[in-house]
Write a protein that binds this ligand. Structure first.
Ligand code: AMP
Length: 423
């Protein structure tokens, strides 16, 4: 495309401390969030005639950490297509050449709030279990593609007022170091599993721990294990759940084991004490049953020893969750990740810059003729996220809760929760 034409397509606008240089089709930009990578705005897309979210990645190749994360996110977002994972609608850079290349803009489906905001609300069992079901469906889909997240947290999960939920990111690369003996740096660790904190090997159910922590926070209204640093994180876990068995300690490497064995021993508390009845809506027989199911699920997810912790599939089959079970959501065909070296890549800044730039050009090329993933460009994710008839029976701001059993029968709501599940 010639330089003049390209320049005419973009305009610049200040949002907060940042300047966004975006395609003219995106208007009415408003900041809605910020994360480690930069600012996120809502905008109106005149081409798609809908609101979208735009995330600016400023010089994403500036160092190894930023570059790897941006490249990984871009490659994975382009492949993954599931209603519980955020969908990519567009990718662009206003710069015209590799030499000038600075910023990447990711255009995504717009959601209403992140989970941090929902945690403050009193959720009824129906909304709570539906949000958890969707988290587990999204995680199962990532696992099916060989992506184990390891860093799920409320700020990276977004929801809509109709109670639909999407995971925003793809977590830690396989090669990311995380252990107890690492220098602390500012990052939220509250939801990281013991095997991540202790730098052990891990399996897919590492993500079930994070779901357990998030569920616990939704029930309690406060962070379950609010460690002040990476060492205190472990203290908070054992204070509440108890020092793990010798069998578990034997799985640790020598230096970590010595540290863990030298901590004061804790007996921990029962799940009835950790999550007493008053935390749950339990005003009817139905809700009492649901409260005991919720506590049972928590007790199976928050298990320090991963070999004794419930799996994602088992969690999806748990009575508290399986009322929502839908094969098309749980068993959606996994995406194929073409870059097999995605997590192992090590590059110089200049190489990262070129790799990321190529990914942006590849998107432009693939969407140029209006076709991507076998669907019209920029509508694929939009179409797949529009509610199906089945979804419309789900909790929402306007529909009274009517959980659907896996056998298709309906049960009375029995719950008088908040009007909507999200702010
Ligand atoms: P991130 O930079 O991806 O960590 O996002 C930072 C924050 O921006 C999130 O915690 C959300 O509050 C918000 N956010 C990001 N993407 C979206 C989106 N697609 N829809 C709504 N809010 C979003």
């Amino acid at each position: 495309m010639n330089r003049n034409k390209r320049e005419k397509e973009y305009y610049s606008i200040d949002v907060g401390d940042s300047t966004f240089m975006v395609l003219k089709r995106y208007q009415n930009l408003r900041p809605i969030g910020s994360g480690a990578q930069g600012i996120v705005c809502s905008a109106y897309d005149h081409n798609l005639e809908r609101n979208v979210a735009i995330k600016k990645l400023s010089r994403p190749f500036q160092n190894q950490t930023h570059a790897k994360r941006a490249y990984r996110e871009l490659v994975l977002m382009k492949c993954v297509n599931h209603k519980n994972i955020i969908g990519l609608l567009n990718v662009f850079t206003p710069q015209k050449t590799l030499e000038e290349f600075q910023d990447v803009y990711l255009v995504m489906e717009l959601m209403d709030a992140n989970l941090c905001q929902v945690i403050q609300m009193e959720l009824d069992h129906e909304r709570l279990s539906y949000l958890l079901y969707q988290m587990l469906c999204g995680i199962k889909h990532l696992h099916a593609a060989g992506i184990i997240h390891r860093d799920l947290k409320p700020s990276n999960i977004v929801v809509k007022s109709d109670c639909t939920l999407k995971i925003l990111d793809f977590g830690l690369a396989r090669t990311a170091a995380t252990g107890l003996l690492m220098t602390p740096y500012v990052v939220t660790r509250y939801y990281r599993a013991p095997e991540v904190i202790l730098g052990m090997g891990y399996q897919a159910n590492v993500d079930v721990w994070s779901v357990g922590c998030i569920m616990a926070e939704m029930v309690r209204g406060s962070v379950l294990f609010p460690g002040t640093d990476h060492i205190d994180q472990w203290n908070k876990v054992i204070e509440q759940l108890g020092t793990p068995s010798q069998e578990f300690l034997m799985k640790l490497n020598q230096s970590v084991r010595t540290y863990v064995e030298n901590r004061p021993r804790h007996a921990g508390y029962s799940f009835e004490k950790l999550f007493p009845d008053v935390l749950f809506p339990a005003d009817s027989e139905h809700n009492k049953l649901k409260a005991s199911q919720a506590r049972d699920l928590l007790s199976k997810m928050l298990v320090i020893d991963a070999s004794k912790r419930i799996s994602v599939d088992e969690a999806l089959q748990h009575p508290y969750i399986n009322v929502w079970y839908d094969l098309t959501e749980v068993e959606a065909p996994p995406p194929v990740i073409t870059d097999k070296q995605l997590d192992e890549r090590e590059h110089t800044v200049e190489e990262w810059k070129e790799l990321i730039y190529k990914e942006v050009l590849d998107w432009e090329e693939r969407t140029k003729n209006g076709v991507i993933r076998g669907q019209p460009a920029s509508i694929g994710a939009a179409v797949s996220s529009s509610p199906t008839a089945h979804q419309q029976r789900r909790p929402s701001t306007s529909t009274p809760p009517t959980p659907t059993h896996s056998d298709g029968s309906l049960e009375p709501a029995g719950a008088t929760g908040p009007v909507g599940c999200c702010r």
